[in-house]
Design a protein around this ligand. Sequence first.
Ligand code: GLC
Ligand code: MG
Length: 510
Amino acid sequence: MVARAPCASIGRVNAGSDIPWWRDAVVYQVYPRAFQDSDGDGEGDLRGVAARLDHVRDLGCDAVWLSPVYPSPMADGGYDVADYEDIDPRFGTLDDAGALIAAAHERGLRLLMDVVPCHTSIEHRWFRDEPERYVWADGDDPPNNWLSAFGGQAWSKDSQTGRWYLHSFYPEQPDLDWRRADVRAAVGASLRFWLQRGVDGFRLDAIDRLLKDPELRDDPPASAPPPLPELGEAGTLEHVHSRNAPDIGIALEALRDAVGDETLLVGEVYVPASQLAPYLEHVDCAFAFELLHAPWRAAACRAAIAAALDPAGAAGRIAWVLSNHDFPRLPDRVGARNARAAALLALTLPGAVFVYQGDEIGMADGPGGDPPHDRAGRDRHRHPMRWDDEAPHGGFTSARATPWLPAIEVDGGGVAQQSVDADSVLGLYRDLIAARRTLGAGLTFVDGSDEGVLAYRRGDRHVVAINMSDEPRAAPPAGRIVRATHSARHPQGSAAPAELQPGEAFLAGI
Ligand code: GLC
Ligand code: MG
């Protein structure tokens, strides 16, 4: 376990350093509904999160990002917010949130809330009481050809007024009009509401959709495959007018001004790293989605990493992420054999990294819900956290409860089982998170490696090699193993192997 002093108030920098705390942080993503149920209703809640914080601390993480816990009809798993300044009863109360923030700080963990500024739930009172805060159009037909991220047109008719409203996501999520000062002020005030309750930062949801073309011009047909994967027909258009407006700074400046410079703002910006500059003028860092989506091949991953580390671009301002509640889990995306190597990749890259709950035990996708909760098919990535194979529902909820999504088994067992198994995936995450704190600055690719092997130096004392191919491949020269994906075969301190099997990777001295 990494020793860390408890801190009641946590500042912008780590003690004894002038580097912002998040610069090399490991942030643990909690999807609260599926983390830990404390009251036996079959749904995870804030008291449950608080009860499991020691797990996050023992993993060696620096912070927790909580996916939304606000009042919500749950048309989009809580990303349809009906009140930015309260807690949904299924998750608890504002007092529970305060207790969770305090419990995190006692353990030296910072806490990030998820802010969903692009849209509210259609059940937010603003939609009826302050309708001018949303984007509307009149006429028999929708005003343009814009498409929703989940398929279908991005405009729906409000049955009460007969007018069209814009929704970049589900029809239950009307888009706010961020060109309006009252919208900027109202959401900014909500961020301050949470700051006053002690949160340390925010993950800003879908901010590439905050501002659109004020003239509502049609998106042109796509002339090439989208730069990042799109669902269904959304990929048939080039989203030059419906997203990513050039004057995005108006919106982001308001969010930054609301929280001041000390508060971490992490942007979920669904654009390639080369287009992040206008966002990074106001937010501290942004997720690197090219690597998340890169096929598990050395050349593709190298290109995605290089794009994110471009010194003329987003270098130093990237948050690495290989999975979250929206996309297939690692064993499903990169293949079960490569899931350990994916962890070694993510945790040895320079900069902040986000780990999605369950990744640290190698959780795979499950069957999802029947009937589904999420119409876009993302239940499969959201099954309850597996704490203990010996406990009912894997320790997620009480024996008598029916979990909202079924508990699924994990190869290698739950947290309790993996904690006492030195060669478990959990052991790998713990060791890598500890080891990454010793890595020097910067990343230099090692050229001349065997095709199919991704290799890079970290600082001037460490080298990483990952066999991404389906065959045994020569590893670059290296010294002693710091941590390998398979510690039984390549124990700490042993000479780095000359050959890597498929799915094998190591962090070693030079
Ligand atoms: C983000 C969230 C996703 C949600 C969408 C709309 O991409 O991660 O879960 O559906 O925004 O809020
Ligand atoms: Mg509960």
